[in-house]
Unconditional design. Structure first.
Length: 305
């Protein structure tokens, strides 16, 4: 069993660290928010007094932070941030970042870690808070082949599936490609339901056709944006997240940044990014599932004659 430091014990990191403890690993954790530390302590994580203290005596450092800036500042150290993890860790420590960040930031973080004498992989996740709690996350891993056998057993304690996507940055690349499809497909399914309403179709009739026809997709069959056809979808729970609209807007923003860097002409993905950015901004911090975009489509449609 490995000695693991876990930095970032929020909605995702808290339950992920708890699953590592449950699998028998010795986990020392740190977060800037005292409440997060209290919750982690209750699940068996040993709480450190600083991030540097957490990482100084371990084999593996896992980070689960809000975004790329937080990651780079935590790795390299920055004013006002309790960090400098790369300097504080023993040489040869394996750094595993599970946050969702820009591909370029993931590669920069990896390069800084290697330069400091460590090893590093990016391993963003899909599956949300419920997947983190149940230990069924999908990890998309960007790693040198030698580092994978060290990271994989740890990730497995928190995972339903671990997919090696290629070298450094490969995990983040796969994550944003997938979420670009997810954002676009949720928007397309929502537009189809509102069009169906205007054309006199019931939600159930349209669902019964599309779910067994060529319009079939995850946004329809698992996460149906209208109440009724899929009882477990957030539409039946007043659109409580689930996968929050602000996180979808964030991930589509990362996809846009990658599209810009690569020059890919992705008009559907670009439009989905605009729509979700406006939706998340209008919510002004209210927690709302990303499938609630169907309400915006309805509201923005011309009034029926
Ligand atoms: P969160 O805001 O709940 O947790 C992030 C934690 O990091 C916070 O507790 C914060 O205090 C801590 N933190 C920030 N800077 C720190 C530092 N320098 N040192 C120590 N702790 C620090 O966010 P979350 O929902 O847990 O998401 C974490 C990451 O996972 C994000 O990158 C997000 O995009 C990604 N993600 C989230 C979900 C989801 O459904 N919530 C799903 C997939 C991926």
């Amino acid at each position: 069993m490995s000695a693991v430091a876990f930095v970032g014990l929020g909605n995702m990191g808290g339950p992920m660290a708890a699953n590592l403890v449950a699998a028998g690993h010795e986990v020392v954790g740190f977060d800037l928010v005292p409440d997060a530390l209290t919750r982690a302590e209750r699940s068996g994580v040993r709480v450190a007094s600083s991030a540097a203290d957490a990482v100084s005596g371990v084999d593996v450092v896992i980070t689960m932070l809000p975004g790329g800036r937080h990651l780079l500042d935590a790795y390299r150290g920055a004013e006002g941030v309790d960090g400098g993890l790369l300097a504080a860790a023993r040489p040869g420590t394996l750094f595993v970042d599970c946050s969702t960040v820009d591909v370029a930031d993931a590669r920069a973080a990896n390069a800084s870690a290697v330069e400091a004498g460590h090893r590093a992989v990016d391993a963003p996740v899909s599956g949300g808070v419920s997947g983190a709690e149940a230990g069924t996350l999908t990890f998309m891993v960007g790693a040198e082949a030698d580092d994978l056998p060290v990271a994989e057993p740890l990730l497995s304690a928190m995972a339903g599936r671990v997919v090696h996507c290629g070298g450094p940055g490969g995990g983040q690349a796969a994550k944003i490609c997938n979420n670009m499809v997810l954002g676009a497909s949720m928007l397309a399914v929502s537009e189809a339901f509102v069009l169906g309403e205007r054309l006199g179709l019931t939600h159930q009739a349209l669902f019964d056709v599309m779910s067994t026809a060529s319009g079939q997709c995850w946004s329809l069959t698992t996460y149906c944006p209208v109440p009724g056809p899929v009882p477990t979808s957030p539409a039946n729970n007043d659109y409580k997240p689930g996968f929050a609209a602000r996180l979808m807007a964030k991930d589509l923003g990362l996809a846009m940044s990658a599209l810009e860097q690569t020059g890919v002409d992705a008009r559907i993905g670009g439009r989905a990014a605009e729509v979700y950015r406006a939706f998340a901004d209008a919510l002004d911090g209210e927690p709302r599932d990303f499938s609630a975009i169907v309400e915006t489509v309805r509201e923005r449609s011309r009034p029926e004659a």
